[in-house]
Design a protein around this ligand. Structure first.
Ligand SMILES: Cc1cc2nc3c(=O)[nH]c(=O)nc-3n(C[C@H](O)[C@H](O)[C@H](O)COP(=O)(O)OP(=O)(O)OC[C@H]3O[C@@H](n4cnc5c(N)ncnc54)[C@H](O)[C@@H]3O)c2cc1C
Length: 450
């Protein structure tokens, strides 16, 4: 029986970051992964001059922890910052693509927002503060900003981040920073001004919110973490995990080895928890694994570049009111160097989400046809023919932080109190983005008792 300081379960970005920092602190760690590779949802592919992703395409430098992780790994992988095109974001309205306003002038002239809501925004600082802590993102947007903001800004933004429905997501859990603006300052505008005026620490000044990738694809980040942790500290292809004992001596029977540890950190999805912790009361586990996930089909598409500015943007989002089949299309080759051969473009088409979960069950042929139809209609090019299409299905792509999130967080605390030394981490709490995954892992690694 090997005695370890910690066992981390799941070798996605959360588990890798955790194991990396624990190893850095000199702790004896084992990172346990069910599949044959590390990286979890993150995976990059190279084919015929294209570099494409099956999971996330870009992250955001939205907290100091993600920036510090890149600093730590600077000899092993290179952070890739976007071209200026990445700051142009498109929204489909009445079948036409429009740039999202990026300043006051474009805010006044944009056809995306109705004239009524353009005037309404001036009253936002004076509007009454809401009193429902579980208000949905849709209700909050309607109350403070108006219908056209909901339909043409917030709805597609929520599709782009959560593949979700703003009527179902609870602001407090899904967009906590936005919720805090109203809760603490009574208004988004007043809150944003107050935040901008607040003095920033040197650490906070590093945060740019710029989008990022990694030279050669995001897998280079997870591979850099894997190499730094060391193969000898990672167990891949682990088919079964049997946990016994009690705090502070948890025993784990894994594929081919037995270990003991005071600390087990799970980073797996909620759907995988009952099998991992069968000893937990069913009533408690049910309150954790009732978390819904949006399924996503992502299709990497390689095509001849179109003339003009057609693909010169971060991407295009399709509001649900437009009734398109796709949620939106990212343009990774416009954002980052070396993603496709010359005169070609790499696109990433997203289908499914919480509103169209059935898309995940379509055949490859049906998906290819659907993607071609979307591209031909949206770009008005009936003869457009991709030279590369690769389909990736994610059944449990993005957790939806809905109204039951408060009870889920309470149940996670109850679980952790009942089984001291076992921590339930991962995207079941604390955010769904890569930056939030890295922050959670960093925080846990530094607050773990010695
Ligand atoms: C299609 C898609 C697009 C996305 N786009 C973006 C984006 O643009 N920007 C952004 O910031 N984020 C994006 N995300 C979210 C981002 O990818 C995730 O937040 C992040 O990669 C999750 O990392 P994780 O380690 O928490 O989970 P995962 O990557 O899911 O890793 C969990 C790991 O646990 C393993 N595992 C499961 N059960 C067990 C078990 N019993 N024993 C051992 N191992 C187990 C799994 O095999 C997996 O390797 C996207 C996600 C998807 C699916």
């Amino acid at each position: 029986m090997r005695a370890l300081d910690a066992v981390v379960i799941g070798a996605g970005l959360t588990g890798l970051t955790l194991a990396f920092y624990l190893r850095k602190q000199g702790k004896k760690v084992l990172l346990v992964e069910k599949s044959s590779r590390t990286g979890g949802t993150i995976r990059s592919f190279h084919e015929n001059g294209y570099t494409f992703e099956s999971g996330p395409n870009t992250g955001s430098l939205a907290n100091p922890e993600i920036i510090e992780l890149f600093d730590e790994l600077k000899d092993r992988c290179t952070l890739q910052l976007p071209r200026k095109e990445a700051y142009r974001r498109l929204i489909l309205k009445n079948g036409k693509l429009h740039a999202l306003p990026s300043g006051i002038i474009s805010g006044i002239t944009t056809p995306i927002i109705s004239v009524k809501d353009k005037f309404n925004i001036l009253l936002e600082p004076f509007r009454k503060k809401g009193d429902d802590p579980d208000e949905s993102i849709a209700a909050l947007t309607l109350r403070r900003l108006g219908k056209s903001y909901l339909t043409y800004c917030v709805d597609p933004f929520i599709s782009g981040i959560y593949a979700g429905d703003p009527n179902r997501l609870t602001t407090r859990y899904a967009l906590p920073k936005l919720y805090a603006l109203e809760a603490n300052h009574g208004s988004f505008i007043r809150g944003a001004i107050a935040k901008a005026k607040q003095p920033k620490t040197e650490r906070e000044k590093k945060v740019t919110n710029a989008v990022f990738s990694v030279e050669g694809g995001l897998s280079r980040l997870t591979q850099a973490l894997t190499n730094a942790i060391g193969e000898e500290n990672i167990l891949l292809n682990n088919r079964s995990t049997v946990i016994s004992g009690s705090a502070p001596n948890w025993n784990l029977r894994l594929s081919g080895m037995e270990v003991s540890t005071p600390t087990i950190i799970s980073t797996v999805g909620s759907y995988a928890l009952p099998e991992l912790f069968p000893f937990a009361a069913e009533s408690l586990m049910n309150r954790i694994n009732n978390l819904r996930y949006a399924p996503i089909v992502q299709v990497a598409v390689g095509i001849h570049a179109l003339r003009g500015k057609a693909f010169q943007a971060f991407g295009a989002l399709f509001p649900s009111a437009e009734k398109r089949n796709a949620l939106g299309i990212l343009y990774p080759s416009a954002c980052f160097e070396n993603r496709c051969p010359e005169n070609k473009a790499l696109l990433s088409v997203f289908l499914g989400g919480i509103r169209k979960p059935e898309m995940i069950d379509l055949s490859d042929q049906a998906i290819e046809q659907l993607v071609c139809d979307e591209l031909r209609t949206v770009y008005r090019k009936p003869d457009l023919n991709p030279e590369l299409m690769r389909i990736f299905r994610h059944t449990h792509a993005i957790p939806q932080y809905e109204q039951n999130s408060g009870d889920r967080l309470a149940a996670i605390s109850e679980f952790e109190n009942a089984y001291p030394g076992i921590i339930l981490a991962g995207n079941i709490r604390d955010g769904i983005s890569m930056a939030q995954r890295v922050k959670q892992a960093t925080d846990i690694s530094f607050f773990l008792p010695d």
